[in-house]
Design a protein around this ligand. Sequence first.
Ligand SMILES: *Cc1c(COP(=O)(O)O)cnc(C)c1O
Ligand code: SF4
Length: 337
Amino acid sequence: MAVQDSSGLHRALGCDMAAAEAVAARYPLRITPYYLNLIRQAGEPLRRQAAPDIRELEDELGMSDPLGEEDLSPVPNLVHKYPDRVLLLVSSQCAMYCRFCTRKRKVGSSAMRFNEASFAAALDYLRQTPAVREVLISGGDPLLLSDGRLEEILRRLRKIKTVEVIRIGTRTPCTLPMRITPELCAMLRRFHPLYINTHFNHPAELTAEAARACALLADAGIPLGCQTVLLKGVNDNAEVLGKLFCGLLRMRVKPYYLMQADLTQGTGHFRTPVKEGFAIMRQLIGTISGMAVPKFVLDAPGGKGKIPLTPEYITAMQDGWLEFVNWQGLPCSYPLA
Ligand SMILES: *Cc1c(COP(=O)(O)O)cnc(C)c1O
Ligand code: SF4
């Protein structure tokens, strides 16, 4: 896609156009006018998420498919990693292409085709695999499909009785909140139990428009969660994340995961040291509502799954006692048996 300089795009993005062209030739560029306007107001932490950076082309360490998703796909666009749930990729499009995306290899590319043949194969797989209780619909972003297309996907999934729960992953409440309409919510609520996990990374993203989008979804009885990615120069401190998580709770969105950045090629400049994540969690746990504190997780390379990264509270287990410190660092003990 050619980067055209309309409406002061390059000024808002603060990058030189030749570099942006080079990066966008490999990893597509897309920003909504809504988010561009937020960048103008909030600056760097939002700009970094959306603006191409020449370092995307210089990352030697990263892997194109860090979570080994292609090897875990029994049929195209369906990733089966855990016994009871699968990930179904239904769209390659997103409202905005986040520069740190784990599926950078796929998003915005025509290589990912979700068509009738691959959907039929996925439905067949689910019918033959009754252990799968939950289908997580993601992409790309499922809400970049039309209401009609999404409804058809949900209707055909719901016909499979062993699929108990449907979960949609979408960033549109953050990047394109006007996508959430009363009509969409009226359609979605017919497919309960339906959950939505969204994706906010910074308190400046919690606008009136985003709050309205989340309220519409929550009023349709859809439990909302948030998967935040820990990103250098965006949200890598406890004060920013505390504001984000408490703000999400006010919008009836439960912070679900704080994710250590994956080893995705082209995203190395976003990665934070693991120890920093532990330090941030230490500052948040106990200080803000437990409801506002997500699980800090690492998605293990090669498709080995998400593991919790919990700061160390236990100092010893000996002589019949569990020794630990509390959230303030005060020593405590409790009998082991
Ligand atoms: C993250 C993920 C899930 C969902 O995991 P939860 O811990 O239940 O949120 C399912 N399948 C794949 C392939 C995933 O990467
Ligand atoms: S919305 Fe999600 S899938 Fe799409 S580019 Fe951003 S992080 Fe990747």
